[in-house]
Structure formats: C-alpha cells, structure tokens
Design a protein around this ligand. Structure first.
Ligand code: DAH
Length: 381
C-alpha cells in the first residue's frame, strides 16, 4: 500500500481514475458472464474480488488519496465493487440452478423400471419335499432327529444287527473313511472298536435317537446317505433318505401300515392303498417292502395292456421303501427293554419319490445344481 499522500498526485492514483474503475468492473462482469461452470466462476471470483484483484488493490489506494479526493474515489470504487458482487451472486445462482437441473436429469431414477434384475433363486425340490414329509410326521407328534453323515461302523452296521460278514459292509457298497485297524490304533482309548464310514443309510439315527431318549420315541430322521454307486440316470452315490422310528408299548405292524397310509394320503391325496411284501432287513423282524398304489393309473394299468402306465411301468404299484418291526436285538443295543416296548421303522429314498411324483427322468438333474431344473418347482418355502 502506498504511504499517505499529502499532496494530490494524479500519476500515483492512476488506478482510481473513473475509466480505470469502469474497466475493472466491466472486466469482472465479462469474466463472470463467460464462466461456463461453477469452477470457472470460482476462478473468476478469486481474480476479480480476491485480495489481489485490481478492484481490491484500487480500494487500498483510496487511503493514500488527499482528503478532498477520498470521498469521490471511495464512492466510485464502492459502487464498482457492489456491482461486481451483485453480478457474481447472480451468476453463481444461475450456474447452481443449471447444475441442479442437470443433476436431476442425469441422476434421475426411473421408478417404473423393473426393480429386480437378478432372478430370485428357488429352493431345491428335494429340500422342500423333505420338509413336507417332516411336516406330515411332526403333525402326528413326531420329532425331527438328525445324525452325523460320517458315522462309525458300529452305529451304521453293528448296532443294527448286520453280521460281521454282511455284504453291505464290503468296500464296493460303503465309502470307508477309516478302516477298523486304523480307527483302533488312532484313538488312545482304542474306543473305536469300529471303522468310520460315510453312513449308507439313515437307520443309524434310529439307534442314536433311542440312546438319546427314554421311550416312547417317535422320530423322523431325514438326511444324506452315501453308497459307492456310479452317477447315472437312476443312481447317485449321494442321496437322501427319510427314516421313521416309533417305539412305544404295544405297537404293531398295523400301526406301521396306518402311519404310512397317512403319509401317502398327505403326499398324494385320498384313496390310494398300500401293501406289504415280505423282505429281509437285519434290523427289523418281520421286515417288508412297502408299496403304494400308483397315483397315476391308480392300479388300473396292472394286467391291462390297453392302459399302460409309465410311472409304475404298468405294475400298478410303486415301491416306497423298507420297513418292519424293530428287531429286539436292536432295541437291546440301544438300551431298550424288548419285553416292554416294541417299535416299527420305515426308511425310504426321496430322490425316487421326487422322480415319480414330478416326472423327473434323470437323477443327475437333482445333483448338478442347475437352476433351470430347480426353478420350475416354484418358490415353495
Ligand atoms: N435302511 C434301509 C436301506 O437303506 C431301509 C430301511 C429298511 C429302513 C427297513 C428301515 C427299515 O427303517 O425298517 O436300505
């Protein structure tokens, strides 16, 4: 800043001449008008109103003027600065309005667009069928019980009265995780008098359920089981079984049959009968295969060449699974007095059930995880 000036010197105050002030003002107004955006306007603001802008510098010169010139120059500079600030504010408001209008267009959300571009998945039909079966039994007072998929040979075979040489133990049927010898030396207590297998059926859960509870026992035991089968249209090495076990006083085969008939009614509707065919299982005595009347031809295709049925291969019957009265030896292995209690058991695979209930022709579709297979079964929860 110039030092106070006693004598009026027109050269020294060149910057305060009216034409100069007007020029500064006009340059500022032109710069604001030319600013195409808020950033450019900010630069113009710094250049024309900041502390080193020509008008600010001119303002400082006023102090150096002789008193008689101060008022005049002050008024000129003040009016110019006022006009500049006003133009700045107007342009600022204009550019902000432009920006807001642009943002509204560019960032607009079209609320009418379909909102869900990712198709929702569907639960696997085996899961929903399994839960449906559980519901049937839970409604009758059964409890859902589960057991491990990696199981000891004792639970999977011995406790279920499989003899030591039973063919099902052979390597070609059972996935062994640990052979008997390895298991014996593996644990300090040598507790595993038994190898470790991937369970080949859900029947070991029967034994676990009986050991865990006091009778009466009513459990439904769903779960995955493993056998050394090749994966093809009708076999899979991993499949799902549902096991049923009821232990109480005075239970008979009639209770078993009535219970399964109720399940068939719940899953397939009224009017289908069931039949028992004698069979052998080590853990039940007597044992049977349980068939239900074919729900498509309702038994009419049997012996009737004019009415073939693909679902039951014109047998009129569909095999559901194995069943029987729990062998007293199994009750004893599970700590239950066979003199007092009797029980029935039933076990069936639900992949086959799903196949004939929904016309699934290839079992591989159930394990490959392709959503195109799963989706048509719907969003049942
Ligand atoms: N566990 C047998 C299997 O996988 C099926 C079975 C048969 C289960 C008879 C039972 C039963 O509960 O009583 O082949």
């Amino acid at each position: 800043m110039s030092a106070p000036n006693k004598s009026y010197d027109p050269v020294e105050v060149e910057a305060l001449k009216p034409e100069e002030i007007e020029r500064m003002r006009d340059e500022a107004l032109a710069a604001f008008a030319a600013a195409g955006g808020l950033d450019a306007l900010h630069e113009a603001k710094v250049a024309h109103t900041g502390p080193t802008s020509p008008l600010s510098l001119a303002n400082r010169e006023i102090g150096a003027l002789p008193p008689q010139a101060k008022a005049e120059a002050g008024k000129r500079v003040g009016m110019a600065r006022g006009a500049v600030n006003k133009a700045l504010a107007a342009r600022q408001a204009e550019l902000e309005a432009e920006r807001d209008a642009r943002v509204l267009v560019e960032e607009a959300v079209d609320v009418t667009l379909p909102h869900d571009r990712l198709p929702a998945g569907a639960r696997h039909p085996l899961t929903t069928l399994c839960e449906r079966i559980e519901d049937v039994f839970v409604a009758m007072g059964y409890e859902v019980a589960e057991g491990p998929e990696v199981e000891t040979e004792w639970f999977n075979f011995d406790a279920l009265n499989f003899g030591p040489d039973h063919p099902a133990r052979a390597m070609q049927d059972t996935f062994f995780v640990q052979g008997k010898a390895a298991a014996d030396s593996g644990s300090a207590a040598g507790s595993a008098e038994s190898g470790v297998v991937l369970r080949t059926h859900t029947s070991p859960v029967q034994v676990r359920a009986m050991l865990d509870r006091e009778p009466p026992v009513y459990v439904v035991c769903p779960g995955r089981v493993y056998r050394t089968d090749e994966l093809d249209a009708t076999h899979t090495p991993v499949f799902t079984q549902v096991e049923l076990l009821a232990i109480d006083e005075g239970l008979t085969m009639a209770d078993l049959k009535g219970t399964i008939e109720h399940m068939v009614r719940s899953l397939f509707g009224e009017g289908l009968t069931t039949r028992l065919r004698p069979n052998y299982f080590p853990f039940t005595e007597p044992s049977a295969e349980l068939d239900m009347q074919c729900y498509v031809c309702r038994g009419e295709s049997a012996g009737n060449p004019d009415r073939p049925c693909r679902t039951c291969s014109s047998e009129g019957w569909i095999e559901l699974g194995g069943c029987g009265m729990v062998n007293p030896r199994v009750l004893i292995a599970a700590g239950i007095d066979p003199e007092k209690y009797s029980g029935f058991a039933f076990g069936f695979g639900i992949e086959r059930l799903l196949m004939f209930r929904h016309n699934v022709e290839d079992m591989r579709d159930m394990v490959e995880g392709d959503v195109r297979f799963t989706r048509p079964f719907g969003m049942e929860i």
